[in-house]
Design a protein around this ligand. Structure first.
Ligand SMILES: NC(=O)C1=CN([C@@H]2O[C@H](COP(=O)(O)OP(=O)(O)OC[C@H]3O[C@@H](n4cnc5c(N)ncnc54)[C@H](O)[C@@H]3O)[C@@H](O)[C@H]2O)C=CC1
Ligand SMILES: O=C(O)C(=O)COP(=O)(O)O
Length: 438
């Protein structure tokens, strides 16, 4: 049995005043908001900081990612962590999280977090599934044109004082074929934008997805690679996508074609790409993500791609626009507040999604039991045996993999009963985390 939430770590202090509380100030929390500590890393939006501070929480804000040791030290004492793509929340780091309830990935990708280990510890992870999709799609369109016109090289030459007016191997993008690998939120947006500029679009995805506009699904990755003038990768980081574009795949691409990767650095074999560029087989590439990325801004970036011909290198800025960061900040911070305050796991990536209607502020006798447990037979029977003597107004339960999530609104007659319920549910062998919210 793992129990990371003890009454001492989240004080259930309001229970003593249960009968005397003023209905106008009723709060769905068994803790003082001011006791909740949030660690925000990687310069997440000020909108997020605002929402979390307005919720009354203590917010510690950092502009950079932390290295493993610093992270281990900080994570011991916080109830929520907010991060972007660089902070690695591995099993080792998370094993030091004594109070952690939730993790907010203020981005799309969640590969930087060990999602199943987090779930096994009762830590609910949220992300923002599409708030920066448009920003990435616009960047890719810009890169398609920049590559076709060799603008990166021309600009660099001019900055170095070299006038080099050429039209050889510079093209319009109208009528060219864009091949999209991973036709999800970003891939579909990109396809629409590319067609509006007169491109043909083909794509490959492991899921059967509806083609948008005039785009066409390819039967295989190889079909995209051999037919497209521009290939752009938009898959998540998974074991299957690791090095999915390597020496063989690059050789299959048309001579004089271009590769773009703004997905994850592990998707493309960087050495093989550098070789394809330097040999002239590829006419150019744009790369936004790398197998290893610096934790903070500054000099010292190294890559085999540096100084390859017609190669645009950007520091993982696909989703870095004011619009995207604001939307992400609001979405993820709101999910964190809802989860901490009311148990709602809607939009969670590693938990079953559950919610219950709000308890009216005039209702002083209903409390909410929120429980994460191992998904094995017999646990719901044990919980409902404990609740059998109470009026259960509403309950919901769902599971994802090895972990199940349960919420119930229960009427109690005496504040002392809250403690009894908490202790009995916590004592169930398969309990991971139990909270009583009121
Ligand atoms: N450079 C940047 O700043 C950003 C990078 N990203 C990256 O882009 C990725 C894609 O983002 P979205 O389009 O929002 O994700 P999404 O989940 O909407 O789409 C991904 C698509 O890839 C497909 N897919 C998965 N494995 C595949 C495989 N082996 N072969 C072919 N298709 C496969 C999925 O079925 C899905 O349709 C994210 O996972 C993230 O890593 C996302 C936002 C910003
Ligand atoms: O949303 C994503 O997955 C991204 O890659 C963007 O990452 P970032 O928030 O810029 O670190």
């Amino acid at each position: 049995m793992v129990d990371t939430i003890k009454p001492s770590s989240i004080p259930i202090s309001r229970r003593d005043s249960f009968n005397t509380r003023d209905t106008r100030t009723r709060d769905l929390k068994p803790f003082h908001s001011g006791d909740i500590k949030i660690l925000l890393l990687e310069n997440v939006s000020a909108m997020a900081v605002d929402i979390l501070k307005k919720a009354g929480y203590q917010v510690e804000f950092h502009t950079k990612a932390l290295d493993k040791d610093a992270l281990i030290e900080k994570i011991k004492d916080v109830h929520a962590v907010g991060l972007r793509s660089k902070t690695k929340l591995t099993e080792e780091v998370l094993s030091h999280a004594n109070k952690l309830l939730t993790i907010g990935c203020f981005c799309i990708g969640t590969n930087q977090v060990d999602l199943s280990y987090a779930a096994s510890r009762g830590i609910c992870v949220f992300n923002s599934p599409f708030s920066n999709s448009r920003s990435v799609a616009e960047l890719i369109i810009a890169e398609v044109i920049l590559l076709a016109r060799q603008l990166g090289d021309r600009s660099r030459e001019m900055h170095n004082g070299v006038w080099n007016k050429v039209s050889k191997s510079c093209y319009e993008i109208r009528g060219k074929t864009l091949g999209i690998i991973g036709y999800g939120h970003i891939g579909t947006q990109l396809g629409v934008l590319a067609e509006s500029l007169g491109m043909h679009v083909i794509w490959y995805d492991i899921l059967p997805v509806m083609p948008i506009g005039m785009s066409r699904a390819a039967a295989s990755l190889e079909e995209v690679l051999t037919e497209a003038d521009f290939v752009s990768c938009h898959v998540p980081e998974t074991p299957e996508t690791k090095n999915m574009i390597g020496k063989r795949e690059l050789a299959l691409m048309k001579s004089g074609s271009y590769l773009i990767n703004a997905s994850r650095g592990t998707v493309v074999d960087i050495d093989a790409l550098a070789a394809a560029l330097n040999s002239g087989h590829l006419a150019g590439a744009a790369v936004d993500v790398y197998p290893s990325e610096p934790l903070a801004n500054g000099p010292g970036f190294e890559s085999p791609l540096r100084n390859c011909p017609n190669t645009l290198l950007t520091p993982h800025i696909g989703g870095s626009t004011e619009e995207a960061q604001r939307m992400i900040g609001v979405e993820v911070a709101t999910s964190i507040v809802k989860y901490i305050n009311s148990g709602a796991s809607v939009n969670a990536v590693n938990f079953a999604e559950c919610d219950l209607r709000a308890i009216p502020s005039t209702d002083l006798t209903t409390v909410r039991i929120v429980n994460v447990h191992q998904n094995v037979p017999g646990v719901l029977r044990q919980i409902n045996n404990i609740l059998a003597d109470y009026n259960v107004n509403k309950q919901i339960s769902d599971s994802k993999g090895d972990v199940a999530y349960f919420m119930a609104d229960v009427t109690v007659n005496d504040p002392k009963e809250i403690n009894t319920i908490y202790e009995q549910v916590t004592a169930i062998q398969e309990n991971i985390i139990t909270r009583v919210l009121f």
